[in-house]
Design a protein around this ligand. Structure first.
Ligand SMILES: NC(=O)c1ccc[n+]([C@@H]2O[C@H](COP(=O)([O-])OP(=O)(O)OC[C@H]3O[C@@H](n4cnc5c(N)ncnc54)[C@H](O)[C@@H]3O)[C@@H](O)[C@H]2O)c1
Length: 348
């Protein structure tokens, strides 16, 4: 199937290569308001260049889908006209810059029935998929507390440098989406504090501590920094997930289980015991990361079945990010969340 890519910035440049590697998608055109950049990329890939989505849609017979890789505040400006024209959209995270824009994207998808999916690439990796399976199989029992620590000092420039809450909005969106999609915890409330160390490259807050309460009573404690002076974690962060029967440690793409009961440590299929700790072999995936989201998107477009990160579900990840930033702004005040039905009925 043919896809056009909108947005050829820092992340968009690497998406071009990912699309080339994809088994299901072929690049059919590129769009960027920077028309010189669009012309340059179009020439080297032998495809057509457009200066905006409206011009690209005049040629909509020539492609099957659109890939939205522009900054979050412009996601709706690109996705809404495409979806209204019946063109499926794969949208970078976060779904949109705010909830009103997110609802307009959902409304447009409802209008035409076109698939609209968020590319939550952090779900599509071997370690998180292994953790998700172990939790779903009940290996550690009911999850009641999760501790996540994320430490990075990334040399970013561009739109992130001027955001109010770059850590919460641009980094923690991935972890929030994993808390929902991998650990299966849906939030009912959140409280957060954020701050910016003096040496931070960001104008907004690069560090935060966040406490999330899940609908089942589970608590998630998150500490993170994009101005870390210490030991760096992986992009997923270090996770300790505690359940009634034991715990899962997920760090640096390794997964370990510790059991409460001595007898549980003797054997677990797909794991090897070392000093009472089960080291779990990671599940195989055909493709990972963005190739994984492209494959899921193609399956959804072909079958018409909504994908797991369909916009109607993924608005909950955005809502939790927005609520976390709001709590941080209000100095740790508890912010309560709406259910997906409450959110969607506000679309009308
Ligand atoms: N999933 C991840 O791990 C990950 C990593 C980095 C970035 N991202 C996401 O990718 C998206 C893009 O980030 P980036 O770092 O490439 O941004 P960027 O600012 O470097 O590039 C954005 C590009 O979009 C173009 N653009 C802006 N508005 C447009 C419009 N209305 N129509 C057409 N083109 C338009 C700009 O000219 C620019 O070339 C963001 O949503 C960001 O959150 C995701």
């Amino acid at each position: 199937m043919k896809i056009i890519q909108v947005g050829l910035g820092a992340w968009g440049a690497s998406w071009l290569t990912v699309v080339q590697q994809s088994a299901s998608w072929e690049l059919a055109g590129v769009v960027d308001v920077d028309s010189a950049a669009a012309e340059r990329v179009a020439k080297s890939y032998g495809v057509r260049a457009y200066r905006d989505i409206e011009h690209a849609l005049e040629d909509k017979a020539n492609f099957d889908a659109v890939l939205v890789i522009v900054p979050p505040e412009y996601h709706a400006a690109v996705a809404v006209p495409a979806l209204k024209a019946g063109i499926p959209a794969l949208i970078e995270k976060p779904l949109a810059g705010n909830l009103t824009d997110a609802l307009s994207i959902i409304d447009a998808a409802d209008h035409s029935g076109a698939i609209a999916m968020v590319s939550q690439n952090y779900r599509y990796k071997r370690a998180p998929r292994t953790v998700q399976r172990l939790i779903n199989e009940g290996v550690i029992g009911e999850v009641q507390q999760i501790f996540i620590n994320y430490q990075k000092n990334p040399p970013f420039d561009g739109f992130r440098l001027t955001m109010d809450e770059p850590l919460i909005v641009d980094a923690m969106i991935h972890h929030i989406d994993q808390i929902r999609g991998i650990a299966g915890v849906e939030a009912v409330s959140v409280r957060a504090n954020s701050w910016n160390p003096s040496w931070s490259r960001f104008a907004g807050n690069a560090s935060a501590v966040v406490q999330i309460e899940g609908s089942n009573g589970a608590k998630v404690i998150y500490t993170g920094s994009w101005a870390s002076q210490g030991e760096q974690t992986s992009w997923d962060g270090d996770w300790e997930i505690h359940g009634t029967k034991g715990s899962i440690s997920w760090k640096n793409n390794t997964v370990q289980i510790r059991f409460q009961s001595l007898f549980d440590t003797v054997f677990l299929a797909g794991a090897t015991e070392h000093s009472g700790v089960m080291h779990v072999d990671l599940d195989d995936l055909e493709v990972e990361e963005r190739l994984g989201t492209l494959a899921a998107f193609s399956e959804a477009v072909t079958s018409g079945v909504r994908p797991e990160t369909d916009v109607r579900d993924n608005i909950l990840s955005l809502q939790l990010v927005v609520a976390t930033a709001e709590s941080a702004k209000k100095d740790g005040e508890i912010v309560r969340l709406s259910s997906v039905d409450e959110l969607l009925t506000s679309v009308g």
